[in-house]
Design a binder for this molecule. Structure first.
Ligand code: OMP
Length: 234
């Protein structure tokens, strides 16, 4: 059974090539936006200082590094983020329980307010793509398995497509933060996303936050695109 959430929120995926474009985009996004996701594209180029600049502008920052390595390396990378004003951070759940547990311990050490999120199965993957990398399984079954492992490893939340929300919520309950990319307003291009749903659909099925990039970044009027999405979330 899905659990409607009244408080589903929007995160903008700030996937643009330069800091100038990033700040110009934020100017065009209006005042209702609170959460901004900084991904590898900008972090690799500008590093922690860029994250601080975004936070200084009053945004809450979701740092999307999708860490995936041996436990010691991931835990050490998390420790290296000490002092950075971030509210959420991603790692790949496929790194396994020890990696996630060690990362969660490191996160608790450096910032008890930081929510670590396990990315289960990328929303750009479907059953066919999964088969090509050796997983003969439905995305739903894999997401559920990895979601359980993520929760057992002590992480505060996970990332999956909105399509898996009913399954994951039923199993893991209403408390866990579930962040869903793969969100497309009605009629928008799916781009490279394979497992998608509308903002209203994601909210109804129990998403805590939706992540949206291109439908806002490519809109003629990003602030209007944001207002429309927020209206669907209310
Ligand atoms: O961890 C993520 O944020 C993430 C996980 C996932 O499974 N799928 C996914 O699309 N994302 C991110 O969410 C954003 C989606 O962007 P758009 O497809 O442009 O809306 C991108 O920044 C992706 O890196």
């Amino acid at each position: 059974m899905s659990q409607p959430r009244e408080d589903c929120k929007l995160i903008l995926a700030l996937d643009v090539p330069t800091r100038e474009e990033a700040f110009a985009m934020l100017e065009r996004c209006g005042s209702e936006l609170r959460w901004v996701k900084v991904g590898l594209q900008l972090f690799v180029k500008y590093g922690p200082d860029f994250v601080k600049e975004i936070a200084d502008k009053g945004y809450a920052v979701f740092l999307d590094l999708k860490l995936h390595d041996i436990p010691n390396t991931v835990a050490s990378a998390v420790r290296s983020l000490k002092g950075l004003p971030i509210g959420m951070l991603t790692l790949h759940s496929m790194g396994g329980q020890e990696m996630m547990t060690r990362a969660a311990e490191a996160a608790a050490e450096i910032n008890p307010e930081l929510t670590l999120l396990g990315v289960t199965v990328l929303t750009s993957m479907n059953r066919t793509n999964l088969a090509t990398i050796g997983f003969d399984d439905d995305p739903e079954a894999m997401v559920l398995r990895l979601a359980r492992l993520t929760a057992e490893s002590g992480l505060g939340g996970l990332v999956c497509s909105p399509l898996e929300l009913p399954l994951v919520r039923k199993e893991l309950g209403p408390k866990l933060a579930i962040i869903t990319p793969g969100v497309r307003p009605e009629g928008a291009s799916a781009d490279d996303q394979k497992r998608t749903l509308t903002p209203a659909g994601a909210r109804e099925k129990g998403s805590s936050f939706i992540v949206v990039g291109r439908p806002i970044l490519k809109a003629e009027d990003p602030s209007q695109a944001i207002r429309r999405i927020l209206a669907e979330l209310r």
